[in-house]
Design a protein around this ligand. Structure first.
Ligand code: ATP
Length: 262
């Protein structure tokens, strides 16, 4: 459980990136944090594991304030950054995914098990020896997700996971997220483009100017989302498959007819 209690974050120059946000994210939820560029999404989720320290308010993970135990917060909240190049540190896939469990002090057998499980979860089984430099953008994104999963987090946060991916890579990452959500992993996707993920979500929180403007189930959220300057799939909410991840038959199509084109 992540509890955000009245969090405000300011940057130098007086920019208020996050403004008095209250939010609870229960275990097992598939949450979308939506909003236009600059609405405060990244800053907000970075308070979940102490990468950003709020100027006011507090965040607790599993009942412990993040500021009291950064190590616990960082192992409970896995973060996949917007650009996988900020995250991938090793020369090979296996070494990169092993990096987190090694730092946790896991023994060799446990590291091998976690690496194999995490790579299987992103459909990259047996790719341990592949060089990171030889991977496509979508494969790098999936390795970054595997690296976060290998930490066995309670919540997995992905910041704009589709940036720079072509259509097949987007679909592959969406499919992995659908499977993770269906398996009960808590997933928090930060995005201004909801076309691929709206049908997977239990709830959508929409930010505008650092404040929560929408907090609703996807079907109810669709009335307000276009006002946030985000992309949503055309006609969402009208189809029987537009439901939470456990009921969704297929990921929603990446429609050409979006409500907002950025
Ligand atoms: N390190 C920083 N220093 C100064 N201002 C910052 C910093 N990081 C973010 N900001 C500002 O805070 C506001 C919120 O930024 P943030 O990155 O959280 O928004 P976002 O919704 O994630 O945007 P994007 O979709 O472009 O990543 C913006 O006005 C941004 O310019």
């Amino acid at each position: 459980m992540i509890d955000v209690d009245g969090v405000t974050c300011r940057f130098d120059g007086g920019v208020v990136a996050v403004d008095d946000v209250h939010l609870s994210v229960p275990d097992g939820e598939f949450l979308i944090v939506a909003g236009a560029n600059g609405s405060g999404k990244t800053t907000l989720v970075r308070t979940f594991n102490g990468l950003v320290d709020p100027d006011a308010g507090s965040v607790a993970v599993n009942g412990t304030p993040v500021s009291d135990d950064l190590v616990a917060a960082r192992s409970a909240v896995g973060m996949v950054f917007q650009d996988p190049r900020d995250q991938l540190v090793a020369a090979t896939v296996g070494a990169d995914v092993a990096f987190g469990p090694e730092n946790l002090g896991c023994d060799h057998d446990e590291i091998d098990r976690r690496v194999a499980d995490a790579l299987a979860a992103v459909n990259m089984d047996g790719r341990e020896d592949d060089r990171i430099a030889s991977l496509s953008g979508g494969e790098r994104e999936r390795v970054a997700i595997a690296g976060a999963l290998a930490m066995d987090p309670d919540h997995l946060v992905l910041d704009e996971p589709f940036t720079g991916l072509d259509e097949p890579a987007r679909r592959s990452v969406v499919e992995r997220l659908r499977e993770l959500g269906a398996a009960g992993t808590s997933v928090i996707v930060v995005t201004h483009d909801l076309r691929d993920v709206l049908g997977l979500a239990d709830r959508v929180v929409g930010l505008s100017g650092g404040r929560i403007a929408v907090d609703a189930a996807p079907r109810e959220a669709t009335a307000s989302l276009p006002g946030l300057d985000v992309r949503v799939p055309a006609g969402f909410g009208d189809r029987p498959g537009d439901a939470a991840v456990n009921d969704a038959a297929d990921p929603p199509a990446n429609d050409a007819a979006d409500t907002v084109d950025q």
